[in-house]
Design a protein around this ligand. Structure first.
Ligand SMILES: [Mg+2]
Length: 169
């Protein structure tokens, strides 16, 4: 179980993602979480830095898809503003939405990475499907109250993984 919760890499933020390394692994697509991965939870602003990041991904020929457990309305705002396909109400860690994202991008599981801020949704779901998983530190400490409870369990798992030397920074 602990293996399924272990991200392939653990980064400070999406901006640390090494695109060349991903390419070397044959990864050509990025499935990204929305809240607290790209933007603070329930913030509605696309900051220039984020916009620039997506432009760079496109320039580097990466396919991108947002997969979020949040509502259709909220996810659509960003999907429209960033001009990126998105799947809302994804029910991560279930694999269905990740599979749909792969279909949209026309990629196989070993050709895509999942980027997210939560072990029990983004990383677990991605690992279950054999995707390359990237955990990032949450953008903001403001969160849905349910998530705050999950964070305690998450910190415990992260400590275990760190103790075993499994976390690649
Ligand atoms: Mg998130």
């Amino acid at each position: 179980m602990l293996d399924l919760l272990c991200p392939n890499v653990y980064l400070e933020s999406i901006y640390e993602l090494d695109l060349n390394k991903l390419k070397q692994k044959g990864i050509r697509g990025i499935i990204t979480d929305l809240d607290n991965t790209l933007i603070a939870w329930n913030d509605n602003t696309v900051y220039p830095k984020l916009d620039e990041w997506f432009r760079m991904l496109k320039e580097e020929n990466f396919k991108v898809c947002i997969v979020s457990n949040n509502s259709r309305g909220r996810v659509k705002i960003f999907s429209d503003m960033l001009d990126i396909p998105a799947i809302p109400k994804a029910v991560k860690p279930r694999r269905k939405a990740f599979r749909s994202a792969l279909d949209k991008m026309g990629l196989k599981p070993n050709e895509a990475a999942v980027v997210g801020d939560q072990l029990f949704t983004d990383v677990l779901g991605g690992n279950r499907l054999g995707l390359f998983t990237v955990l990032v530190i949450p953008v903001s400490e403001r969160e849905f109250f349910g998530t705050r409870i999950v964070r305690k369990a998450e910190r415990w798992v992260l400590k275990k993984l760190e103790h075993k030397g499994l976390l690649q920074m």
